[in-house]
Write a protein that binds this ligand. Structure first.
Ligand code: XMP
Length: 248
């Protein structure tokens, strides 16, 4: 990621999300957007928006190959969140399909939870991005809870613990919503630049590019602001420019 980002002069991860549509049309639109914006992004993140209609080993392969042809790493935002054996199968399918990284939810814990996913990723030289504080409004109801126990005397915020786990488990990234810049700042101190922050929520969800970068996010995950724009290329270039300027 770091190398591609440096080479492209961009820290924008394209979330290639499109609204409901016919598979052939979705494939055509997604390929067109990727073709246009690829020099200005450093990775492509996929979600169920395309894996469901196109099929993991079906037409989605066309898009994965296109991204790889452009030298872009690919992330599957599958938010793995089940028991260990199921989690392992999910990760295996995505890695076999060609994804470089998957997202996972730390709420399920390590033992017989995410341990098999991290082990599999390590063996296959892939990455796991851990959700630490999501970008939507209800995030505080889970990630923002104060918890007791966990051999600590004082109550602690759930997301702080998740950031510590991202470090301990060797996550390739921590996902923190751009809609909560104060959390990005706080968690950046916990993660000590050892685990980069990936921040979704720019634009339509209300996150601001400059504020997100200035508070310590390394990568910005941007979907609809680009994919639903009249001119995706213009928006990608503009976001890249603002992010680059803000990082100085
Ligand atoms: P938009 O259109 O809002 O899309 O730019 C953002 C993309 O990122 C996903 N998303 C998240 N993924 N943790 C994640 O792992 C989050 O907190 C989060 N918030 C948004 C969203 O599903 C879409 O693909």
């Amino acid at each position: 990621m770091e190398q591609v980002s440096r080479k492209a002069g961009s820290n924008i991860v394209l979330a290639l999300d499109l609204p409901l549509g016919k598979p052939k049309k979705l494939l055509f639109q997604a390929k067109k957007i990727l073709e246009a914006v690829h020099p200005h992004v450093c990775a492509v993140k996929f979600n169920h928006h395309l894996t469901l209609p196109l099929g993991l080993f079906g037409d989605l392969q066309d898009l994965l190959n296109q991204a790889k042809g452009f030298g872009l790493p690919t992330i599957m935002d599958c938010k793995i969140n089940d028991i260990g054996s199921t989690n392992q199968t999910i990760a295996e399918y995505y890695f076999e399909a060609g994804f470089d990284a998957v997202t996972a939810n730390p709420f399920v814990g390590w033992e017989d939870g995410l341990c098999p996913v991290f082990n599999k990723a390590k063996r296959m030289n892939r990455g796991v991005l851990l959700l630490v504080y999501m970008s939507h409004k209800g995030a505080s109801e889970g990630y923002g809870q104060k918890i007791i126990g966990e051999e600590r005397e004082k109550p602690q915020f759930q997301y702080r613990l998740f950031a510590e786990r991202a470090l301990k488990w060797g996550a390739a990234g921590a996902v923190v919503g751009s809609t909560y810049p104060e959390k990005i700042k706080e968690l950046n101190l916990v993660l000590k630049e050892k685990v980069p922050i990936y921040s979704p929520g720019i634009g339509i969800q209300g996150g601001n590019t400059e504020i997100t970068i200035k508070n310590g996010a390394t990568y910005l995950i941007v979907g609809r602001a680009i994919t639903q724009a009249e001119n995706p290329l213009r928006i990608a270039i503009e976001l890249k420019r603002i992010a680059h300027k803000s990082a100085k």
